[in-house]
Design a protein around this ligand. Sequence first.
Ligand SMILES: NC(=O)C1=CN([C@@H]2O[C@H](COP(=O)(O)OP(=O)(O)OC[C@H]3O[C@@H](n4cnc5c(N)ncnc54)[C@H](O)[C@@H]3O)[C@@H](O)[C@H]2O)C=CC1
Ligand SMILES: CC(=O)C(=O)O
Ligand SMILES: [Mg+2]
Length: 370
Amino acid sequence: MKIGCPTEIKPQEFRVGLTPVAAAEAVTHGHEVLVQAGAGDGAGYMDADYEAAGARIAHTAEEVFEKAEMIVKVKEPQAGERKMLSEGQLLFTYLHLAPDRAQTDDLLASGATCIAYETVTDARGGLPLLAPMSEVAGRLAPQMGAYTLQKANGGRGVLMGGVPGVAPARVVVIGGGVVGTQAARIAAGMGADVTVLDMSLPRLRYLDDTFAGLFKTGYASRTVTAELVARAEMVIGAVLIPGAEAPKLVTREQLSSMLPGAVMVDVAIDQGGCFETSKPTTHQDPSFEVDGIMHYCVANMPGAVPRTSTQALSNATMPFMLSLADQGWQDACRADPHLAAGLNCHAGKLTNRAVARAQNRQAVDPVEVL
Ligand SMILES: NC(=O)C1=CN([C@@H]2O[C@H](COP(=O)(O)OP(=O)(O)OC[C@H]3O[C@@H](n4cnc5c(N)ncnc54)[C@H](O)[C@@H]3O)[C@@H](O)[C@H]2O)C=CC1
Ligand SMILES: CC(=O)C(=O)O
Ligand SMILES: [Mg+2]
């Protein structure tokens, strides 16, 4: 199969869809790999590294999109990239379609087959292609939040760990999955007073058994959430209902009950955000203020550490990329229902129920297109 990897064009996105190691693996499997010139620069991979791995360098994104049967990327295709997709082409990347009607329209119109990293599942109920980036974003969230908490950056002027005789910052993490767990670990490591809220009792049990003493857990009822949010210096939003738009768990009205200069880090922003006042921001201009509360809502947080993130993402995507290339998408999805769960669009049809529900559209079962 001809596999193409274009340069990411989302603002301040320096990750790349294929590492030279992944390219070499695909070449060993007998595939042709075409990488856009400079695609790996931001992550520290030079064109020569890809050539040494057996890939060819394309001068433009147009060439990659025109020649490749499968496009491997990181971020959802931007409007200009969507115009270059063609019928029968396979796109393997993050999509986050639920809150993004314009992208959904374009992908359906292209006739391409689109497999979204974030809805591929595993046998333990996890999301194996979202998890590595959730680990990165979770570990970054307290770091970004702590910077935003500094007075000069609009925050309350509170140090995460406090100092002897002065209390640490109170941090509330809503959602105790991959992002939430990593965020809580780092925030606690910085010395903050951390509570993780979730609605899943098995998850709370796991967190309590594993991290007792490091951070506290709480059941995410509206009342408990509102009480803790009102007293927190930092709130980290980390909920997920796979494929669906994030539920709004902190309303605009609640902001007036919060500490002035408190910081809300909405990691769930790529699924629409879990605070009513969130809107997506970029690494260039990451935070904004509403009613005295700072909001950090960068939708591609792992792009800030592209070297770590590219390696972590590629470790997870490589086996799936290889089975798509070796078997073709239909046989690969027939053989692996967890990969089939990643199918979001095929030949103008929407194939993910949660996305269809979020956008009030019809979906067909992926099984029908296999
Ligand atoms: N902004 C960024 O750069 C990135 C964003 N993300 C996003 O972060 C979010 C979280 O991802 P993961 O941690 O991997 O998901 P996960 O599935 O591991 O965890 C989500 C947790 O939220 C809990 N939850 C669901 N509804 C809830 C509610 N109403 N109240 C409290 N808890 C609730 C679930 O029980 C689960 O434990 C996703 O939207 C994901 O797309 C992930 C990576 C990067
Ligand atoms: C998961 C995701 O959206 C990201 O890594 O940017
Ligand atoms: Mg994202």
